[in-house]
Design a protein around this ligand. Structure first.
Ligand code: BGN
Length: 274
């Protein structure tokens, strides 16, 4: 039987306590009371057939403590939403500047190759939903979830901000050619996808509900993620680059997967220099 349109498990506001959680605690099934499918890592509600299958794709490097918090809260939320889902952590396993765009494309390719998901959500590891009614599902427009962030006093930081967490159907991701692969370091790749999404006619959906709030875990600037100096220039040419830099130009080499209890980790090393 199909799960109800609105899950009866939803509780609303989530109290977030960011202190001292370890990865072992996030994996404790006793604490989580989640249910397993025969396929490892693929979770589904126990007593009904889910309406949606969601892939969570987390571009990642060297933020283990954040990952503990992220998994702890997100598993509970997705369980309450009665979704079928898998969490993929895409780990940039080298010392080059962090490349969030490329990691996102790798995650999409890996996930879509594994199964047919209704929704592919690219999600930063340091953002935690404060309400379980923030639905991790997709829409006719590309969905931006993380527009009210604690860091920006719960205001949309600027018109066109598309950072943090954003959800695409397969068609939306493919037609917009995913993320640019050629932004090295912090900044701009999210502004670039905003241009892609609008140019290709999908548009971005942001819920009008006031409870769409996210806690951003405080942290200093990562040394491996310096601001990308060329981002302004690159962004200036974003329109011309939509169809040449993205999912269709992605070359994956040196991919290694490790299945953990509650998520799949994909290690990716860049072979050629940037
Ligand atoms: C913007 C960044 C985004 C970032 C937001 C929020 C750029 C491009 C040059 C204008 N964009 O300024 O990538 O998500 O701030 O921090 O730097």
């Amino acid at each position: 039987e199909l799960c109800p349109k609105t899950s009866p498990l939803l509780k609303g506001t989530i109290t977030i306590n960011l202190s001292g959680l370890t990865i072992n605690e996030t994996e404790s099934t006793k604490k989580m009371s989640l249910y397993w499918l025969s396929v490892p890592l693929y979770r589904r509600p126990s007593d009904c057939k889910c309406r949606n299958k969601t892939a969570i794709i987390v571009p990642f490097r060297d933020r283990e403590q954040h990952l503990s918090y992220f998994l702890y809260y997100l598993h509970r939320l997705l369980h309450r939403q009665q979704l079928c889902y898998v969490i993929f952590v895409v780990d940039q396993n080298d010392d080059k500047p962090f490349n969030r765009g490329r990691l996102s494309n790798v995650g999409f390719k890996y996930a879509s190759n594994l199964s047919n998901f209704d929704c592919y959500i690219i999600h930063d590891v340091d953002m935690i939903a404060e309400d379980d009614r923030i639905m991790y599902t997709c829409n006719r427009q590309v969905v931006h979830y993380t527009f009210l962030l604690s860091k920006f006093n719960y205001n949309l930081v600027y018109h066109g901000y598309a950072g943090g967490g954003i959800g695409y159907t397969k068609e939306q991701f493919e037609k917009t050619n995913g993320f640019p692969n050629e932004y090295y370091g912090w900044g701009g790749e999210d502004d670039d996808i905003n241009i892609r999404i609008n140019e290709k006619g999908f548009g971005i959906y942001r819920s009008p509900e006031p409870f769409y709030r996210f806690t951003m875990i405080r942290h200093g600037r990562d040394s491996g993620n310096p601001p990308y100096v060329g981002r302004m220039e690159r962004l200036g040419k974003a329109r011309q680059r939509i169809d040449v830099d993205g999912l269709n130009s992605l070359v994956i080499t040196n991919l290694k997967e490790v299945k953990h209890k509650t998520y799949t980790r994909i290690y990716i090393t860049r072979s050629r220099s940037c």
